[in-house]
Design a protein around this ligand. Structure first.
Ligand code: GTR
Length: 328
């Protein structure tokens, strides 16, 4: 997969996007959306499905153009672009929003959700809405959560079976203080790094490992350079689909409603695509030589629990964690 981590290229692409800002005066609105994943990844397909729905509803008046493969930059940069209104829509993991929007840290806590079903129950309900609503303070409109399976550790050195096996390992994390804390809690060395740099980092041994779900482990071909995948499933953290508040405020109430509805409908499409892709990815990495092991989770749960004290800092957050645990 081609990526463009270089700053110059990224800003050139962003400038290009700027020069083609959607014209709200004209009768057609083409919203620009970013995704770090390649064109065939479920998240990209789901936003394209949303575009089809919008286009059908409005007889072609509103649609979305997705720029995949980090063409417009890595997640941290595109989040800023979305806040500034350079980008209209953005699909990112919830994790790179952690340092900007405090409530996004809650679903990013290790071992909080017991299963995908548990996560769906919480995120489809009032707690999910509360988290999405909190995006608005930061110039973003939270539209929906997408599935992202469970993240587990993988590395190029050895299978991880115990917490001790993590000691001293350099593990890449997404750009979030919470993730840094999580890896430190295991006695490993966290290295925050953009997604597109991980393959090179593993190849050159700048890092020993990373953590992600099956489809990302596969699509990035990280399994080629970090073959030990240890099923820790420490994070069931969703993806977020959001809109720039600047774009949102320019739209009519009716169009805003159409956008919200199409986004919600795309969630179901995403779930279908995701389930299929998890299986495809798993089979492909096994075939590609990944060495997979399961581990006993209890010691990891215990070691990582310290991040709750460190990052769940105010009464609203504490209350939300309690409500999530009480959701059955
Ligand atoms: C993937 C996620 C991406 C990106 C990536 C990462 O699972 O879908 O949006 O956040 O992880 O680790 O950077």
């Amino acid at each position: 997969m081609m990526r463009f981590p270089g700053k110059t290229l990224v800003s050139a692409a962003a400038l290009l996007a700027l020069s083609t800002l959607p014209s709200f005066a004209a009768d057609k609105i083409v919203l620009r959306s970013s995704d770090t994943h390649a064109a065939d990844y479920p998240t990209v397909k789901a936003v394209e499905y949303m575009s089809d729905l919008l286009s059908q509803e409005t007889k072609g008046r509103i649609s979305i153009k997705v720029f995949p493969a980090a063409q417009l930059g890595e997640e941290k940069d595109t989040i800023e672009q979305t806040q500034f209104g350079v980008l209209d829509l953005n699909r990112v993991s919830l994790v790179p929003l952690n340092n900007i929007i405090p409530l996004t840290q809650i679903p990013s806590l290790p071992f909080l959700f017991s299963s995908t079903e548990h996560a769906h129950k919480v995120l489809d309900g009032p707690i999910g809405d509360e988290i999405l609503a909190s995006f608005a303070e930061k110039g973003l409109i939270g539209l929906a959560f997408y599935d992202s399976g469970a993240r587990s550790f993988y590395n190029a050195v050895r299978p991880i079976k115990t917490v001790e096996d993590m000691k001293g390992m350099k593990i890449r994390v997404q750009q979030s203080d919470l993730m840094v804390g999580m890896i430190k809690a295991l006695g490993a060395n966290p290295t925050p790094m953009p997604f597109g740099e991980v393959y090179g980092g593993l190849q050159t041994h700048a890092i020993d490992g990373a953590e992600n779900n099956w489809p990302s482990y596969y699509s990035t071909r990280h399994f080629e350079v970090a073959k030990y995948y240890s099923i820790s499933e420490h994070l069931i953290v969703p993806e977020a689909l959001m809109m720039s508040k600047k774009t949102w405020d320019k739209m009519s109430k009716e169009d805003q409603k159409l956008i919200r509805e199409a986004a919600k409908k795309s969630v179901l499409k995403m779930r279908e695509l995701w389930q299929a892709q998890e299986k495809v990815a798993y089979d492909a990495v096994v075939k590609g030589g990944a060495q997979i092991n399961t581990l006993e989770k209890a010691p990891f749960i215990a070691a990582m629990s310290t991040v709750y004290d460190q990052y769940v800092t105010n009464p609203q957050m504490k209350d939300m964690v309690a409500r999530i645990r009480a959701t059955k």
